[in-house]
Design a protein around this ligand. Sequence first.
Ligand code: PLP
Length: 408
Amino acid sequence: MSTNLSSSVIARRLAQLSPSATLAIDEKAKALAEAGEPVISFGAGQPDFPTPSHIVAAAVEACGNSANHGYSASGGLAVLREAVAIKTFRDSSLEIGPKQVLITNGAKHAIYNTFASLLNEGDQVLIPSPYWTTYPEAARLVGGVPVEVPTTQESGFKVSIDQLEACYSPATKLLVFVSPSNPTGVVYSGEEIREIGRWAGEKGIWVLSDEIYEHLIYGDNTHHSIAAVAPELNDRWVIVSGVSKSYAMTGWRLGWMISTEEVIGAATNMQSHTTSNVSNISQRAAIAALTGHQHAVGEMRAAFDTRRKLMLAILGDIPGITCVEPFGAFYTFPNVESFLGKQMGAQKVRPKSTMELADLLLEECKVAVVPGEAFAAPGFLRLSYALADEDLYEGMSRIKDLFLGAVD
Ligand SMILES: Cc1ncc(COP(=O)(O)O)c(C=O)c1O
């Protein structure tokens, strides 16, 4: 959606990279807020809560211990890799050893490491859309070829085997699978995940399973890891996760990838030449997060669930908007296509795209949203409900007023 940098100086791989659209909206909103405008942002991809205090306390203690002041193993502290292995068995019923774990600078880094470890030039990567912007860009960075697998609102944005089959080719190396999803909030059932895993297993391709929202699941839905439910994959899987979303720790930059010892060995080797170890302080904090009490996770989930319902109720009061009920993460993904071309707001403009609509919402209502174009899904908006209840109510009221005032 954004202009590519082009220059004879910049290497081709970077010159073709699109800047993150979600960060661009965030920056615009921040600039307006700094100028004194009463901006409410539905753009955030992070919890609005502080990191739980027992985790912060562990980090403070770690700062005072000189053992944490120097380099440590590139792959991560042994005690943290062990904690990830125990947590994976606890939450996903998947038995793994610490040598199958690599600690990374956030889940985003784990995604890049996965592509770098598995993709050769020209290898195709199936990415169901709407998708989180980073997947295709990270795949391209290492010479991979992203292949979009479009899903529909009618099927709740769940990818079907037929849709996967239609996009499969002999050059396909890997499928990106994410549940709960950003931006749609879709959560697949254990049986649906197993079916997709079985299909990938038959094709002999790898699956990158992004499980960063594994603890943010609502209603009767539950988390299932494809690695646990689809033995047909025959160990051709990589799990990506981390503490960012579950423990309100996005700024600590702590994630992990889990796979075979061979893949983890290759990725660790690369990491030893690129970033070296993740900050020891963040690793100590993550140990506290994973091994300490889990009350805060449940409390944050309950707060998100209340806001999810409030947002859905307000969206449901706006004729012309349709929205698949999201059961995971902290986003709604309403379809606002019927408003495109209508006259809206005091400026009496007629937004032709959700990009233009997002601009109008920011300028006129001082409300930041992310347009669907950022996720290969024009006609939709992504609204994060990771913000305070009062802000959510006020921001949604502004959005509602704008839409209710739209005329042909
Ligand atoms: C689906 C998905 N995966 C991974 C990430 C990255 O997480 P981290 O902050 O740990 O890099 C995000 C962040 O928005 C995400 O939405």
